[in-house]
Design a protein around this ligand. Structure first.
Ligand code: AMP
Length: 425
């Protein structure tokens, strides 16, 4: 029996991997414009990092982590998300001491969650995220939201909905928490066992429950927006006024609470509204986490960030039928006929590659016709044909597949000839 990929994971093959590179390059370029620099952290971390930051009442920590003991009997976990590690690194490397704050970072890489796989939900998925740590200016909230919308727009996505909410500061959250307990407690036995545990530990998370979503008490639950104190209200008003100023449309949804424990103030999600996108429409989630740096042993450094997965980004591109860049093909394919010509083509293809052209040759000892077909399949712009007579004369025949023209060139001039022709159009 052959071995298959583990459930919830996938291979990204040529033909698809170009789409991944395309999205990553767009996201990186937008980060460059907004002045965010890349950070790379390990794929596994001490388990404690996630229980302390993501929160031990969350689904991620309770049910979804890939946790294992290494040979030194340490409990390690494959990272389920990116923020905790970035903040750990921010503290560990004392990035708060850098004169220019906030520290603006982006990351990309695989994340791991033991979830039930379905369309748009994998056990290994690649997130791209940003974190801006060290500022509580509402303008940075607007900047981070503008950045993600810019990434989507740059890729050509249009059918998007930005939803935002405020979870308020600690005082507002506490007032809301009391109201939630009063609301759910009398009928908590009608809810799932997870929600029953959440009631005491973190009642806000009941609003995020997938099982009890349709319970009548959900619709009438107290809204966080009614419990925001004056500072939190003023903060949220500033964020929305900045979004208005830069022309970013949004919907306020008081039910948006986000799954992780560390959020406060601004929370946001971007959904796809493309027809046929599927049941899970969230493309990106983010929010502010003012206490997290302190929770992980650093000085007070308020932060905000977001993450999206490339899997769902690609699904949204496909659902909207957005155009992908066309595969430009090879610059030159060398067709060699006869042993001597084949031998010579080894150095020739190397010369072209060294000069910066993309070039290839036949390695299957195929006849001329099959080599020409291969050149066609590779979408080569030029096919260079080297026969024995030509080799004797130190020349080569070059077909320009775009123009349909043909030239006989000195072998020593092939690179310059191709470069000149390519620069001309
Ligand atoms: P979260 O860290 O749960 O807020 O997720 C942020 C974003 O990551 C989501 O909006 C999705 O785009 C993506 N995401 C989360 N979980 C998965 C998954 N299991 N498979 C694919 N993408 C995911």
């Amino acid at each position: 029996m052959s071995v298959k990929v583990p459930r919830g994971t996938q291979d990204i093959l040529p033909g698809q991997s170009e789409k991944w590179q395309y999205i990553e390059s767009i996201a990186k370029d937008v980060c460059r414009r907004y002045h965010y620099k890349e950070i790379r952290t390990p794929i596994f971390e001490h388990t404690e990092l996630f229980t302390r930051s993501v929160g031990d009442t969350t689904d991620i920590v309770q049910k979804e982590m890939y946790t294992f003991e290494d040979r030194g009997e340490r409990s390690l976990t494959l990272r389920p998300e990116g923020t905790a590690a970035v903040v750990r690194s921010f503290v560990e490397n004392k990035m708060f001491g850098i004169p220019d704050q906030p520290t603006k970072l982006f990351y990309t890489g695989p994340m791991f969650r033991y979830e039930r796989p379905q369309s748009g939900r994998y056990r290994q998925f690649v997130q791209f995220g940003v974190e801006a740590i060290g500022s509580e200016d509402p303008a940075i909230d607007a900047e981070v939201i503008a950045l993600i919308m810019d990434i989507y727009k740059s890729a050509g996505l249009k059918k998007l909905k930005l939803v935002i909410n405020s979870l308020g500061d600690a005082e507002s959250r506490n007032a809301h928490r009391e109201a939630l307990i009063a609301h759910f407690e009398p009928r908590i036995d009608e809810f799932c066992t997870d929600c029953q545990t959440r009631l005491a530990k973190n009642p806000l998370r009941i609003l995020d429950c997938k099982k009890d979503r349709d319970h009548e008490l959900m619709a009438t639950a107290p809204s966080i927006l009614d419990y925001l104190n004056d500072e939190s209200k003023a903060y949220f008003a500033k964020v929305t006024s900045y979004l208005d100023a830069i022309g970013i449309a949004y919907t306020i949804d008081p039910k948006l609470v986000r799954g992780l424990d560390y959020y406060n103030h601004t929370a946001f999600e971007v959904m796809s509204e493309a027809e046929g996108f599927g049941a899970i429409t969230t493309l990106c989630g983010g929010g502010r986490y003012n206490g997290l740096v302190q929770d992980l042993g650093g000085p007070e450094s308020p932060g905000i960030g977001f993450a999206f997965s490339i899997e769902r980004f690609i699904a949204a591109m496909e659902a909207e039928r957005t155009e992908w860049p066309v595969d430009s093909g090879l610059d030159c394919f060398i067709v060699a006929i006869g042993m001597e010509a084949k031998d010579h083509s080894v150095a020739l293809v190397h010369e072209l590659r060294t000069a910066g052209l993309s070039a290839d040759r036949d390695y299957q000892d195929r006849k001329m016709k099959a080599q020409l077909k291969a050149s066609d399949r590779q979408k080569a712009r030029f096919t260079a044909i080297l026969g024995e007579d030509e080799l004797a004369e130190k020349r080569i025949t070059v077909k320009d597949m775009a123009e349909g023209s043909q030239d006989n060139v000195l072998l020593s001039e092939l690179t310059d000839y191709l470069k000149t022709k390519m620069e001309a159009n």
